[in-house]
Design a protein around this ligand. Structure first.
Ligand code: KIV
Length: 282
């Protein structure tokens, strides 16, 4: 088993030009699969709102939900760099709230870093969390928690004016000292510009190839989330199809009395059936 990577190793990977493989996970078994597959980083994203709880978006997700899922993922992937995702309203109110909630991720779920959305507008929160000694991953471009303000889940940076805002956010976060940066749904031209300018690893989701690593939502990769599939997703398996067909087979077996079979039964111990029948008057 390769040694667990810390933030310095992730920076080293960028310097060596090695791509970082990052996936979300929300539960213990998936975390074990991802660690066995050798992912470099796991995000316990607030996308669990849609992928696990069936909410229409990430806004209803609570700190308690994020912590419970982060703990489970940490148990399943003890040797992988785990990032906890700060949910809506866990950092927006004040620097103090932001530090308190970021600290809970480390104390209660033993994550390695936290992620929060926003650039210029969250710099004071980011600095306060960094001052507490916590590793921070910025998240810019399409920021789902504020998708209402962005006019929906739309790609950002497709015009010069919009691209400049994304670059300003990236520069502000890097100057504040974030150790990692995630860029979501921006053109490869803009993501590549940011990657080349910054010394920290710049990871992309829907940001093309010219970044230091890729993030995808595991439920998209494995085909368990069916409500919608963003353009940038590559589906590697159809677990929803596999699961539905296995479960249909089970239903048919029960209805057709083909399950359980002899091998699935606990028979009485030798001689006990006769004693049981005598007792029952049979
Ligand atoms: O919650 C999440 O999984 C995320 C990704 C969409 C970037 O923040």
């Amino acid at each position: 088993m390769p040694a667990k990577k810390g933030v310095l190793e992730l920076h080293e990977m960028k310097r060596r030009g090695e791509k970082i493989a990052w996936l979300t996970a929300y539960d213990y078994p998936t975390a074990t699969f991802e660690e066995a597959a050798g992912v470099d980083m796991i995000l316990v994203g607030d996308s669990l709102g849609m992928c696990v709880y069936g909410y229409p978006g990430t806004v209803p997700v609570t700190m308690e939900q994020c912590l419970v899922h982060s703990e489970a993922v940490r148990r399943g992937a003890p040797n992988t760099f785990v990032v906890g995702d700060m949910p809506f309203m866990s950092y927006q109110i004040s620097d103090e709230e932001a530090v308190k909630n970021a600290g809970r991720f480390l104390k209660e779920a033993a994550v390695d870093a936290i992620k929060l959305e926003g650039g210029v507008s969250v710099i004071s929160r980011v600095k306060a969390i960094l001052d507490a000694g916590i590793v921070v991953c910025g998240h810019i471009g399409l920021t789902p928690q504020s998708s209402g303000q962005l006019g929906g889940h739309k790609a950002q940076g497709r015009t010069l004016e919009s691209a400049r805002l994304v670059v300003e956010d990236a520069r502000a976060l890097a100057a504040a000292g974030v150790q990692l940066l995630l860029v979501e749904a921006v053109p490869p031209e803009v993501a590549g510009f940011i990657r080349a300018e910054l010394a920290i690893p710049v990871l992309g989701i829907g940001a093309g190839e010219d970044v230091d690593g890729q993030l995808l939502i595991v439920s998209d990769v494995l085909g368990t989330f069916q409500a919608f599939t963003p353009k940038f997703v590559k589906k590697y398996a159809d677990l929803a199809g596999v699961a539905t067909s296995a479960l249909s087979e089970y239903v048919a077996d029960v209805r057709g009395a083909r399950f359980p079979e002899e091998e699935h039964c606990y028979r009485m111990l030798e001689g006990e059936h006769e004693r049981f029948r005598a007792w029952a008057g049979g």
